[in-house]
Design a binder for this molecule. Structure first.
Ligand code: S3P
Length: 173
């Protein structure tokens, strides 16, 4: 990415659970001297409940509503930052429009093969959508969402076989 492309724009990371949006986002923000915001964390702080509790008590639709509000606010912050989005942000047409239309958003899809995601998420219990058969769910969600990630992305970075530093370099180069 050319520096002038980036100067006034938020870098928004999208991609599946396990793609590394939070770790890459934090490293990228540190590298750029920016704030990092994670939509899941902002949703949890706003709702004063965990993602799992929101899903269980209010349902996924309410989680998606809150996530959309948070994304909208995060994009409006004046100071350009790095924003890590929950993997399902692209499932909502309103969010896809926000990402498409925001002149100030440079959207990066951290793309990973389902087997990479399954390996990274093995034993992790905080993703309600993966409670039943995680490997099958990952494959299905990745398949359902690939077109949406592609639609909103200004840049696609394959993260398989790359460490955090290599992914950050791939975004910046
Ligand atoms: C979700 C991804 C999660 C979280 C929620 C739903 C999804 O965020 O928002 O569990 O639908 O893919 P991460 O992608 O940060 O794990």
């Amino acid at each position: 990415m050319h520096p002038s492309e980036l100067a006034d724009r938020h870098v928004v990371l999208v991609g599946m659970m396990g793609a590394g949006k939070s770790t890459v986002g934090e490293a990228l923000a540190a590298r750029l001297g920016r704030q990092f915001a994670d939509t899941d964390e902002l949703v949890e702080a706003t709702a004063k409940a965990t993602v799992r509790e929101i899903f269980e008590v209010h349902g996924e639709a309410e989680f998606r509503r809150l996530e959309g509000v948070i994304l909208h606010h995060a994009l409006q912050v004046i100071e350009p930052g790095v924003i890590g989005c929950g993997g399902g942000v692209v499932t909502q047409v309103g969010n896809r429009r926000l990402l498409d239309d925001a002149d100030r958003a440079f959207v990066v899809w951290l793309r990973a093969r389902p087997d990479t995601l399954a390996a990274r998420l093995a034993g992790v219990a905080n993703r309600p959508l993966l409670d039943d058969d995680a490997t099958t769910a990952i494959r299905q969600l990745a398949d359902d969402r690939a077109g949406w990630y592609a639609e909103v992305a200004d840049l696609v970075v394959d993260v398989d076989d790359r460490n955090v530093g290599e992914v950050v370099e791939a975004i910046l180069s």
